[in-house]
Design a protein around this ligand. Structure first.
Ligand SMILES: Cc1cc2nc3c(=O)[nH]c(=O)nc-3n(C[C@H](O)[C@H](O)[C@H](O)COP(=O)(O)OP(=O)(O)OC[C@H]3O[C@@H](n4cnc5c(N)ncnc54)[C@H](O)[C@@H]3O)c2cc1C
Length: 461
C-alpha cells in the first residue's frame, strides 16, 4: 500500500483543524522547509496535527504501519542524522502553539509547536519572563529538550531547569505526564537528551516577574579585525554576572557582506547597570557603537537576519571553558579564506556565544542529563550558500574550524552542546563522558523507545 493510501486511514481520525500535505501540494513546502536544507529530511508527507490527541493518533498510526516519522516545530535543527525519506512522514506541530500564562502562580503552559517569539510575546503581555531560546523562529520545545540556552539563563538558568512538568506522547502512543514525581528518571533524560524519548505535547514551566518592568538593554559594536586578540581576552576575563549575555561574531555586514567583527551585548536591567557590567568592553575602541534600552519582546530582533529558511547552512560547534586569543585570530583567517573562495557565502558566520553560566551551575549537576554546566563558551560556525557543489569545500572547512578550537583549548576531550552538534561526533562528545550518564540514557531509551522510533536527532544507541 502506498503512503498516501495508508494516510487515508489516519485522516479519518484526526481533528478537523489537522491536515495532511504531499509533495506538490501548495502547503507542502511551506510546512516542511527548514532553516538549512543541508542533509535535510525529504519526507513523503507532512501531517499537520492540531491537538495532543492528533499527535497520539499519528504516532499510533505510524507504529502500526511501520512508517518512520520525525516531529518538527521550528525546523531549525541542523543535524545530519535525519533518516527520513519518501516513505516517511514529518509530524508538524506548528498548529499546536497555544501559550497560557498564569502570572499570579508563576507558570506558563506552552504547547509543543510554539516558537520562541510566540512565547516571548505571550510572556511580555502578562509582564513575566519565561526562559526560552534567543532566536524568534526556533521551536521553544525543540531548543528546550537539549538544554535551552537563553539570555535569561543569566538570571534563571536554562530552559530545562525551569520545567515543572511535560505532557509526552511516547513511542507506544501513550500520553503521560513527566515531572519530579511522575516518571522522574525519564524527566532526567528529557532535560538534555529529550529529542530521543517522545513528542512533547505541552510543557508547564516557570514564569518569573519581569525585570526592570520589561525594559532591557542592548548594544552593537563593530570592530576592525586588529582588535581580535584584545576582544577575545577581555571577554575571557569578564565576570559574566546576572543579566549579561554576549554574541561575539565574525560575520558579513549588510548589504555587501563586508567581513567584520561584531559584538552584540544584552543586559536584563537598566542602562546604567549595563554600562557598569560591560565596562571593560567599552574601552576597546569600536569603529561603530550604538546602545539603547529595548522592550524585552523586541530583544531577539537583532538575530532575525540569520534565521531565514532555505539554502544550505552546514554548521559545526565546539564547547569550551575559555577562549584562546590566538585561536580566534586563526579562525578569522580561516573565515576570510572561505569568504574569498566563495564570495556568495556572505551571510556565513562564526559565532562565539558567551552566556552567563553562574545560575546554571547553581542547579545540581545530577538533576539533568545536560552534561556541560561547567563550560562557558559555545562557538558555532555556519556557512550559508545555495550551490551544493560547495559542500565538499564546506565540510573540509568545518573540520578545520573544529580542529583549530580543539587544539587550542587545552581540554583533553572534545565537547559539544547537543543542539549545536553536527551529527558526526561521538555520543560521549554530545552526551558526556561519565560512564553512568550514557548507561542511564540507554536504559531509559530501551524502556521507553525500544524500537528507536525517536532516533533522528543525535540518536542514543
Ligand atoms: C538560527 C538558530 C538560532 C538558534 N538559537 C538557539 C538558542 O537561542 N538557544 C538554544 O538552546 N538553541 C538555539 N538553536 C539551536 C536549536 O535549539 C536547535 O536547532 C533545535 O533543535 C531547534 O528546534 P526546532 O523546533 O526549531 O527545530 P526542528 O528541526 O523542528 O526540531 C529539532 C528536533 O527537535 C525535535 N522537536 C521539536 N519540537 C519537539 C517537541 N515538541 N517534542 C519533541 N521533540 C521536538 C524534532 O523532532 C527534532 O528532532 C538555534 C538554532 C538556529 C538555527
Amino acid at each position: 500500500m502506498s503512503l498516501k493510501d495508508k494516510l487515508q486511514e489516519l485522516k479519518l481520525v484526526l481533528n478537523e483543524a489537522a491536515s495532511i500535505d504531499f509533495p506538490g501540494d501548495p502547503d507542502f513546502s511551506p510546512n516542511t522547509i527548514r532553516w538549512s536544507e543541508h542533509a535535510a529530511p525529504r519526507p513523503g508527507a507532512v501531517v499537520n496535527v492540531a491537538t495532543e490527541s492528533d499527535v497520539q493518533k499519528t504516532v499510533q498510526w505510524a507504529v502500526k504501519n511501520n512508517v518512520k516519522f520525525v516531529a518538527q516545530t521550528g525546523g531549525h535543527g541542523w543535524t545530519i542524522t535525519w533518516n527520513i525519506g519518501e516513505s516517511d512522514v514529518i509530524i508538524n506541530l506548528r498548529r499546536m502553539n497555544d501559550i497560557s500564562v498564569n502570572a499570579k502562580e508563576g507558570y506558563a503552559v506552552i504547547e509543543g509547536g510554539a516558537l520562541v517569539h510566540e512565547v516571548v510575546e505571550a510572556a511580555y503581555r502578562e509582564k513575566v519572563h519565561v526562559v526560552v531560546g534567543n532566536c524568534n523562529s526556533v521551536g521553544a520545545c525543540g531548543a528546550m529538550l537539549g538544554g535551552g540556552f537563553s539570555r535569561l539563563q543569566a538570571n534563571y538558568s536554562m530552559s530545562i531547569d525551569n520545567i515543572i512538568s511535560l505532557r509526552l506522547v511516547t513511542a507506544k502512543g501513550d500520553i503521560i505526564t513527566v515531572s519530579q514525581t511522575e516518571n522522574p528518571e525519564l524527566l532526567w533524560c528529557l532535560k538534555g537528551a529529550g529529542h530521543n524519548f517522545g513528542i512533547v505535547a505541552s510543557a508547564k514551566v516557570n514564569a518569573f516577574p519581569e525585570i526592570n518592568e520589561g525594559m532591557h538593554w542592548e548594544s552593537t559594536m563593530v570592530f576592525l579585525p586588529d582588535h581580535i586578540e584584545e576582544i577575545t581576552q577581555t571577554i575571557n576575563d569578564l565576570d559574566m554576572g546576572e543579566g549579561m549575555s554576549i554574541h561575539y561574531a565574525f560575520t558579513g555586514l549588510p548589504p555587501f557582506g563586508f567581513p567584520a567583527v561584531v559584538l552584540e551585548l544584552w543586559y536584563a536591567g537598566t542602562p546604567a547597570a549595563a554600562q557598569k557590567a560591560f565596562a571593560p568592553l567599552f574601552g576597546l575602541r569600536p569603529i561603530h557603537q550604538e546602545s539603547s534600552p529595548i522592550p524585552y519582546n523586541k530583544i531577539n530582533a537583532a538575530l532575525d537576519r540569520g534565521q531565514c529558511k532555505g539554502g544550505f547552512k552546514p554548521t559545526w560547534s565546539v564547547a569550551l571553558e575559555k577562549l584562546d586569543p590566538k585561536a580566534a585570530r586563526d579562525l578569522w583567517k580561516h573565515f576570510l579564506h572561505f569568504r574569498l573562495r566563495h564570495p556568495s557565502s556572505k551571510n556565513s558566520v562564526v559565532m562565539f556565544e558567551c552566556y552567563a553560566f553562574g545560575k546554571v551551575r547553581q542547579v545540581p549537576e545530577k538533576s539533568a542529563s545536560f552534561p556541560w554546566r561547567n563550560l562557558n563558551f559555545h562557538i558555532c560556525a555556519s556557512l550559508f550558500y545555495t550551490d551544493s557543489a560547495i559542500d565538499k569545500d564546506a565540510n573540509a572547512w568545518g573540520d578545520k574550524f573544529r580542529q583549530i578550537l580543539q587544539e587550542a583549548s587545552g581540554m583533553r576531550k572534545n565537547k559539544v552542546y547537543v543542539n549545536y552538534a553536527t551529527g558526526d561526533e561521538s555520543l560521549e562528545e554530545i552526551y558526556g563522558y561519565d560512564e553512568d550518564q550514557l548507561k542511564r540514557l540507554r536504559a531509559q531509551k530501551a524502556a521507553w523507545d525500544p524500537d528507536g522510533r525517536f532516533s533522528h536527532y543525535h540518536p542514543i544507541l
